[in-house]
Design a protein around this ligand. Structure first.
Ligand code: NAD
Ligand code: UGA
Length: 340
């Protein structure tokens, strides 16, 4: 099969293409505006095309016409961006993604759309988030953080409606806090906003700076090893029951509060390096850390029974997930720039 991956140069894309090269079953063509995270990732079945999709619509359209399956990973994926530049977020994550979906409809190609666990919003006060039964509850419009989740939700609804009409074959996945090598980017000590939580805590461990606990760090997340998620992709690609369906990809066994995560990462850092970290844990408000317009999910617990029924199981727990991601960042070639 010929797979076309939009956003192949990002965290999920670079890990997915590495997995697909190792499997060797498919021809993969990847598009991204950056190939920084693809250094050293090569194989006879992988071709990279550097392009900014906002300026290359004809190219994207033509490449979709030549593919069998299209995987869309392009988005702004960090809450700090949703708060600071919400128009850019909806422009890329909704309107540009919608164009990719339209090319798939035009050329009759199957679309793998990466959505987000954030579409559930504040739904999970009780129980687990389920693809078929959970309500999707967004916060106020004046809390612009939700523009990301609202844009992804609307994209999902339009894709689903095309599936119902019979002019699009799709699979939507909702990732729950994937973690692994090449995750986001490291930042200098005391940076606020910027990347997602693992990259912040890792940067703090490397620089000795503080770990910021937004609104006390009592909110909870479930983290998923990136390799488990690539394996989930392969199952979904091959399984007939994945057509015109939505799937959570997450690991409910790793549920942890952000404060507990900070302490856990300090312990792991000591185990991996032999150095005892001495980071200060500082509580900050969401507004102070991200700016005005931030709001949070208290918990994001995935129900993964649907994907389990196709034969997938997350195999890696919290320790392996964070050790693998941390080991990658402990390489001086990766972290030197933030210590300079
Ligand atoms: P990422 O930021 O690492 O990757 C996105 C990629 O898109 C980047 O390589 C970027 O260069 C590329 N891109 C952005 N604008 C582009 C443009 N105009 N032209 C060409 N390329 C462009 O993000 P990620 O973590 O790999 O996430 C991938 C997808 O999965 C996104 O849709 C994100 O919303 C979704 N998602 C990810 C997670 C997660 O745990 N990582 C969780 C929920 C949802
Ligand atoms: C982000 C994305 O926006 C979602 O699309 C995606 O579903 C999700 O990641 C994911 O990876 O699945 P979020 O879970 O809020 O959403 O991502 P983080 O930025 O990693 O934040 C996690 C929690 O840690 C939040 O409560 C945040 O306030 C907190 N945090 C973050 C800190 O306490 N300290 C930090 O230094 C950074």
């Amino acid at each position: 099969m010929k797979l076309l991956i939009f956003g192949v140069g990002g965290f999920i894309g670079s890990n997915l293409v590495e997995h697909l090269i190792a499997e060797g079953e498919h021809e993969v063509i990847g598009i991204d505006q950056s190939d920084e995270k693809l250094a050293g990732i090569e194989g006879p079945n992988f071709t990279f095309v550097e392009a900014d999709i906002t300026k290359s619509h004809d190219l994207a359209d033509e490449m979709v016409s030549k593919a069998d399956v299209v995987v869309d990973l392009i988005a702004y994926a960090n809450p700090s961006i949703y708060v600071a530049t919400p128009i850019d977020v909806v422009q890329l994550n909704f309107f540009e993604n919608m164009k990719i979906a339209e090319y798939c409809i035009k050329h009759g190609k199957r679309l793998f759309q990466y959505s987000t666990s954030e579409v559930y919003g504040k739904a999970g006060r009780d129980g687990f988030y389920n693809e078929e039964t959970s309500d999707l509850i967004m916060g106020p419009v004046t809390k612009q953080r939700w523009i990301y989740a609202a844009g992804k939700q609307y994209l999902e609804r339009i894709i689903h409606a095309h599936g119902l009409r019979g002019d699009l074959e799709y699979t939507i996945v909702r990732p729950f806090n994937f973690v692994g090598p090449r995750f986001d980017y490291l930042v200098p000590a005391e940076t606020k906003g910027g990347p997602r939580v693992f990259a912040h805590f890792m940067s703090a461990l490397l620089t000795g700076g503080p770990m910021y606990l937004v609104d006390g760090g009592n909110q909870r997340r479930s983290f998923t090893h990136i390799q488990d998620t690539s394996e989930a992709f392969s199952i979904l690609l091959d399984h007939p029951q994945a057509i015109n369906q939505i799937f959570n990809i997450g690991n409910p066994a790793t549920d942890i509060s952000i404060k507990e995560l900070a302490i856990f990462m300090m312990e792991l850092y000591e185990e991996l390096t032999g150095k005892k970290p001495n980071n200060e844990l500082i509580e900050v408000s969401g507004e102070e850390f991200y700016g005005e317009g931030y709001e949070d999910m208290n918990r994001v617990p995935p129900d993964i029974s649907k994907l389990r029924s196709l034969g997938w199981e997350p195999k890696r727990g919290l320790r392996e997930t964070f050790s693998d991601a941390m080991r990658y960042n402990l390489d001086p070639a990766v972290h030197a720039s933030i210590l300079a």
